[in-house]
Design a protein around this ligand. Structure first.
Ligand code: ZN
Length: 73
């Protein structure tokens, strides 16, 4: 799996899990990040949390202009 890396202002690098959006590790060397990435196991509660958030967008009601057009028939 590919873990995006984010450079911090202090020169360290965060490794972010793309599945559960957890910060897998913060380290100053790529070898340390790689080791943490290999040891990482996704936290299921985080996955559930982000799934729920992304589903909310699909349940939003239609835009007000659509409702207006429907009522005017
Ligand atoms: Zn993960």
């Amino acid at each position: 799996m590919q873990y995006p890396h984010r450079l911090n202002s202090d020169g360290s690098v965060d490794s972010i899990c793309p599945t559960c959006i957890a910060t897998v590790a913060t380290a100053f060397s790529e070898a340390d990040l790689r080791r943490a990435e290999e040891a990482h196991t996704c936290e299921s509660w985080r996955i559930a949390y982000y799934d729920r958030r992304s589903n909310v967008a699909f349940r939003l009601p239609p835009a007000p202009s659509h409702q207006l057009a429907w009522q005017q028939g």
